[in-house]
Design a protein around this ligand. Structure first.
Ligand code: IPE
Ligand code: IPE
Ligand code: MG
Length: 249
Protein backbone atom coordinates (compact mmCIF):
# COMPACT_ATOMS: atom_id res chain seq x y z
CA UNK A 1 0.00 0.00 0.00
CA UNK A 2 1.28 3.44 -0.84
CA UNK A 3 1.83 5.31 2.39
CA UNK A 4 -0.23 8.25 1.17
CA UNK A 5 -3.28 6.12 0.44
CA UNK A 6 -5.92 6.52 3.15
CA UNK A 7 -6.24 3.51 5.34
CA UNK A 8 -8.33 0.55 4.28
CA UNK A 9 -7.55 -1.58 7.30
CA UNK A 10 -10.70 -3.39 8.38
CA UNK A 11 -11.16 -1.95 11.85
CA UNK A 12 -14.65 -0.41 11.48
CA UNK A 13 -13.29 2.82 12.84
CA UNK A 14 -14.97 5.99 11.72
CA UNK A 15 -12.34 7.73 9.57
CA UNK A 16 -14.01 11.09 10.29
CA UNK A 17 -13.47 10.77 14.03
CA UNK A 18 -9.91 9.55 14.27
CA UNK A 19 -7.75 11.29 16.86
CA UNK A 20 -5.28 13.62 15.19
CA UNK A 21 -2.75 13.02 17.94
CA UNK A 22 -2.37 9.97 20.16
CA UNK A 23 0.07 10.01 23.09
CA UNK A 24 1.12 6.87 24.95
CA UNK A 25 2.82 6.31 28.31
CA UNK A 26 4.47 2.98 27.55
CA UNK A 27 4.68 1.51 31.04
CA UNK A 28 5.13 -2.00 32.43
CA UNK A 29 8.23 -3.42 30.77
CA UNK A 30 9.86 -4.16 34.12
CA UNK A 31 6.77 -5.92 35.51
CA UNK A 32 6.45 -7.96 32.33
CA UNK A 33 10.00 -9.21 32.80
CA UNK A 34 9.61 -9.76 36.55
CA UNK A 35 6.55 -11.97 35.99
CA UNK A 36 8.75 -14.19 33.84
CA UNK A 37 11.74 -14.07 36.23
CA UNK A 38 13.68 -12.25 33.53
CA UNK A 39 15.97 -9.25 33.73
CA UNK A 40 14.11 -5.92 33.31
CA UNK A 41 16.10 -5.30 30.15
CA UNK A 42 14.31 -8.22 28.49
CA UNK A 43 11.08 -6.37 29.17
CA UNK A 44 12.41 -3.27 27.45
CA UNK A 45 13.50 -5.36 24.47
CA UNK A 46 10.06 -6.90 24.17
CA UNK A 47 8.55 -3.43 24.64
CA UNK A 48 10.43 -2.12 21.64
CA UNK A 49 8.66 -4.75 19.52
CA UNK A 50 5.34 -3.31 20.70
CA UNK A 51 6.55 0.13 19.60
CA UNK A 52 7.07 -1.27 16.11
CA UNK A 53 3.57 -2.80 16.07
CA UNK A 54 1.84 0.35 17.29
CA UNK A 55 3.72 2.63 14.89
CA UNK A 56 2.69 0.34 12.05
CA UNK A 57 -0.92 0.30 13.21
CA UNK A 58 -1.09 4.10 13.42
CA UNK A 59 0.26 4.34 9.91
CA UNK A 60 -2.22 1.79 8.59
CA UNK A 61 -5.17 3.43 10.29
CA UNK A 62 -4.09 6.90 9.25
CA UNK A 63 -3.43 8.57 12.61
CA UNK A 64 -1.40 11.69 11.86
CA UNK A 65 0.66 12.06 15.07
CA UNK A 66 1.87 9.51 17.62
CA UNK A 67 3.83 10.64 20.68
CA UNK A 68 5.53 7.91 22.71
CA UNK A 69 6.89 8.49 26.21
CA UNK A 70 10.09 6.48 26.00
CA UNK A 71 12.29 8.00 28.72
CA UNK A 72 11.47 10.60 31.35
CA UNK A 73 13.72 13.17 33.01
CA UNK A 74 13.22 11.12 36.20
CA UNK A 75 14.25 7.87 34.49
CA UNK A 76 17.89 9.07 34.59
CA UNK A 77 17.73 8.11 38.30
CA UNK A 78 17.38 4.41 37.49
CA UNK A 79 20.42 2.14 37.96
CA UNK A 80 23.19 3.00 35.53
CA UNK A 81 23.04 -0.45 33.95
CA UNK A 82 19.35 0.01 33.07
CA UNK A 83 19.89 3.52 31.69
CA UNK A 84 22.77 2.27 29.54
CA UNK A 85 20.69 -0.64 28.27
CA UNK A 86 17.76 1.68 27.44
CA UNK A 87 20.06 4.03 25.54
CA UNK A 88 21.61 1.26 23.52
CA UNK A 89 18.15 -0.17 22.81
CA UNK A 90 17.05 3.24 21.59
CA UNK A 91 20.00 3.46 19.23
CA UNK A 92 19.32 -0.06 17.96
CA UNK A 93 15.66 0.80 17.43
CA UNK A 94 16.49 3.94 15.45
CA UNK A 95 18.91 2.02 13.26
CA UNK A 96 16.61 -0.93 12.64
CA UNK A 97 13.58 1.25 11.89
CA UNK A 98 15.32 3.71 9.58
CA UNK A 99 14.35 1.86 6.39
CA UNK A 100 10.78 1.35 7.55
CA UNK A 101 10.45 5.07 8.31
CA UNK A 102 11.90 6.06 4.95
CA UNK A 103 9.84 3.52 3.01
CA UNK A 104 6.63 4.49 4.76
CA UNK A 105 6.81 8.26 4.75
CA UNK A 106 7.22 8.49 8.54
CA UNK A 107 8.71 11.66 9.99
CA UNK A 108 10.68 11.15 13.17
CA UNK A 109 10.72 13.89 15.76
CA UNK A 110 11.94 14.05 19.36
CA UNK A 111 10.66 16.04 22.31
CA UNK A 112 12.63 16.50 25.51
CA UNK A 113 16.17 17.29 26.60
CA UNK A 114 17.77 15.41 23.72
CA UNK A 115 21.05 17.19 24.49
CA UNK A 116 21.35 14.95 27.57
CA UNK A 117 21.37 11.74 25.51
CA UNK A 118 24.74 10.02 25.01
CA UNK A 119 26.51 11.38 21.96
CA UNK A 120 26.21 8.24 19.82
CA UNK A 121 22.46 8.04 20.46
CA UNK A 122 22.02 11.76 19.82
CA UNK A 123 23.88 11.54 16.52
CA UNK A 124 21.77 8.62 15.31
CA UNK A 125 18.62 10.40 16.44
CA UNK A 126 19.43 13.70 14.72
CA UNK A 127 20.53 11.88 11.57
CA UNK A 128 17.27 9.93 11.38
CA UNK A 129 15.25 13.08 12.07
CA UNK A 130 17.09 14.85 9.29
CA UNK A 131 16.67 11.96 6.84
CA UNK A 132 12.92 11.81 7.46
CA UNK A 133 12.18 15.52 7.83
CA UNK A 134 10.46 15.87 4.45
CA UNK A 135 8.13 12.91 5.04
CA UNK A 136 4.53 13.93 5.49
CA UNK A 137 2.93 10.66 6.60
CA UNK A 138 2.79 9.59 10.24
CA UNK A 139 4.65 11.91 12.53
CA UNK A 140 6.38 9.84 15.19
CA UNK A 141 7.40 11.84 18.24
CA UNK A 142 9.65 10.18 20.75
CA UNK A 143 9.65 11.76 24.20
CA UNK A 144 13.26 11.29 25.30
CA UNK A 145 14.59 12.68 28.54
CA UNK A 146 11.22 14.40 28.57
CA UNK A 147 9.57 16.00 31.59
CA UNK A 148 6.50 18.22 31.51
CA UNK A 149 7.77 20.50 34.26
CA UNK A 150 11.17 21.03 32.68
CA UNK A 151 9.40 21.73 29.37
CA UNK A 152 7.27 24.40 31.09
CA UNK A 153 10.33 25.85 32.80
CA UNK A 154 12.13 26.08 29.47
CA UNK A 155 9.12 27.83 27.91
CA UNK A 156 8.91 30.33 30.79
CA UNK A 157 12.60 31.17 30.43
CA UNK A 158 12.31 31.62 26.66
CA UNK A 159 9.33 33.94 27.01
CA UNK A 160 10.94 35.84 29.91
CA UNK A 161 14.01 36.55 27.77
CA UNK A 162 11.81 37.80 24.91
CA UNK A 163 9.95 40.08 27.30
CA UNK A 164 13.20 41.36 28.80
CA UNK A 165 14.58 42.07 25.33
CA UNK A 166 11.41 43.91 24.39
CA UNK A 167 10.27 41.40 21.74
CA UNK A 168 7.08 40.42 23.56
CA UNK A 169 4.63 42.65 25.39
CA UNK A 170 3.55 40.78 28.59
CA UNK A 171 -0.07 41.75 27.83
CA UNK A 172 0.19 39.72 24.63
CA UNK A 173 1.18 36.45 26.34
CA UNK A 174 -1.61 34.04 25.42
CA UNK A 175 -2.25 30.30 25.75
CA UNK A 176 -1.30 29.97 22.08
CA UNK A 177 2.01 31.70 22.68
CA UNK A 178 2.74 29.32 25.55
CA UNK A 179 1.85 26.29 23.40
CA UNK A 180 4.14 27.55 20.64
CA UNK A 181 7.08 27.66 23.03
CA UNK A 182 6.73 24.02 24.09
CA UNK A 183 8.50 21.12 22.36
CA UNK A 184 5.15 20.29 20.77
CA UNK A 185 4.82 23.87 19.46
CA UNK A 186 3.82 22.92 15.94
CA UNK A 187 1.40 20.13 16.83
CA UNK A 188 -2.18 19.97 18.07
CA UNK A 189 -2.66 18.80 21.67
CA UNK A 190 -3.19 15.04 22.03
CA UNK A 191 -6.80 13.94 21.60
CA UNK A 192 -6.15 10.65 23.32
CA UNK A 193 -3.69 9.61 26.02
CA UNK A 194 -3.17 5.92 26.72
CA UNK A 195 -1.24 4.55 29.69
CA UNK A 196 -0.46 0.86 29.92
CA UNK A 197 0.08 -1.12 33.14
CA UNK A 198 -2.66 0.38 35.21
CA UNK A 199 -0.98 3.22 37.09
CA UNK A 200 -3.42 6.09 37.57
CA UNK A 201 -0.92 8.87 37.11
CA UNK A 202 0.57 11.18 34.52
CA UNK A 203 4.24 10.86 35.59
CA UNK A 204 5.21 14.33 34.30
CA UNK A 205 4.00 13.74 30.73
CA UNK A 206 2.66 16.61 28.55
CA UNK A 207 1.29 18.53 31.54
CA UNK A 208 0.13 21.59 29.61
CA UNK A 209 -1.00 19.76 26.49
CA UNK A 210 -3.40 17.25 28.08
CA UNK A 211 -5.86 19.82 29.46
CA UNK A 212 -8.74 18.30 27.45
CA UNK A 213 -7.23 15.03 26.30
CA UNK A 214 -9.33 11.88 26.61
CA UNK A 215 -7.57 9.39 28.88
CA UNK A 216 -7.52 5.61 28.71
CA UNK A 217 -5.65 3.51 31.24
CA UNK A 218 -5.31 -0.19 30.56
CA UNK A 219 -3.93 -2.87 32.89
CA UNK A 220 -2.13 -4.54 29.99
CA UNK A 221 1.64 -4.35 30.34
CA UNK A 222 3.30 -2.55 27.43
CA UNK A 223 5.05 -5.66 26.01
CA UNK A 224 1.63 -7.39 25.88
CA UNK A 225 -0.14 -4.43 24.28
CA UNK A 226 -1.03 -4.88 20.63
CA UNK A 227 -3.04 -3.86 17.62
CA UNK A 228 -6.36 -5.37 18.71
CA UNK A 229 -6.44 -3.60 22.05
CA UNK A 230 -5.28 -0.36 20.46
CA UNK A 231 -8.12 -0.50 17.94
CA UNK A 232 -10.57 -1.27 20.76
CA UNK A 233 -9.37 1.83 22.61
CA UNK A 234 -9.78 3.93 19.47
CA UNK A 235 -13.35 2.63 19.11
CA UNK A 236 -14.06 3.53 22.70
CA UNK A 237 -12.58 6.98 22.07
CA UNK A 238 -14.90 7.45 19.09
CA UNK A 239 -17.92 6.76 21.31
CA UNK A 240 -16.98 9.44 23.83
CA UNK A 241 -18.56 12.84 23.87
CA UNK A 242 -15.92 15.53 24.18
CA UNK A 243 -17.50 18.53 25.79
CA UNK A 244 -14.57 20.89 26.49
CA UNK A 245 -16.47 22.38 29.41
CA UNK A 246 -19.66 23.01 27.46
CA UNK A 247 -22.98 21.18 27.79
CA UNK A 248 -23.70 18.02 25.84
CA UNK A 249 -26.11 19.63 23.40
C1 IPE B 1 8.42 1.59 30.97
O1 IPE B 1 8.49 0.42 31.70
C2 IPE B 1 9.71 1.94 30.30
C3 IPE B 1 10.40 3.10 30.86
C4 IPE B 1 9.95 3.86 31.82
C5 IPE B 1 11.69 3.43 30.30
P1 IPE B 1 9.04 0.40 33.19
O2 IPE B 1 10.51 0.10 33.14
O3 IPE B 1 8.67 1.61 33.93
O4 IPE B 1 8.27 -0.87 33.76
P2 IPE B 1 7.66 -1.05 35.21
O5 IPE B 1 6.80 0.12 35.49
O6 IPE B 1 8.83 -1.14 36.13
O7 IPE B 1 6.90 -2.33 35.13
C1 IPE C 1 6.65 6.83 32.90
O1 IPE C 1 6.84 5.60 33.47
C2 IPE C 1 7.77 7.14 31.97
C3 IPE C 1 7.81 6.36 30.74
C4 IPE C 1 6.93 5.48 30.36
C5 IPE C 1 8.94 6.62 29.89
P1 IPE C 1 7.58 5.41 34.87
O2 IPE C 1 7.59 3.97 35.15
O3 IPE C 1 8.89 6.10 34.87
O4 IPE C 1 6.59 6.19 35.85
P2 IPE C 1 6.35 6.02 37.41
O5 IPE C 1 7.70 6.03 38.08
O6 IPE C 1 5.66 4.73 37.61
O7 IPE C 1 5.47 7.17 37.77
MG1 MG D 1 7.11 2.09 35.10
Amino acid sequence: MNSNTPSVVSTDLNPEKLPAHVAIIMDGNGRWAKKRLLNRIKGHEKGSETVRTIVRTCREIGIPILTLYAFSTENWQRPKSEVTALMSLLKKFLESEKTEMLDNNIRLNAIGQTERLPENVRKTLYKTMDLTKKNDGLRLNLALSYGGRSEILRMVKQIAIKVKDGHIDPDLITSELISEHLYTGDMPDPDLLIRTSGEMRISNFLLWQIAYTEICITDTLWPDFGKDEFVQILKDYQRRERRFGRTGS
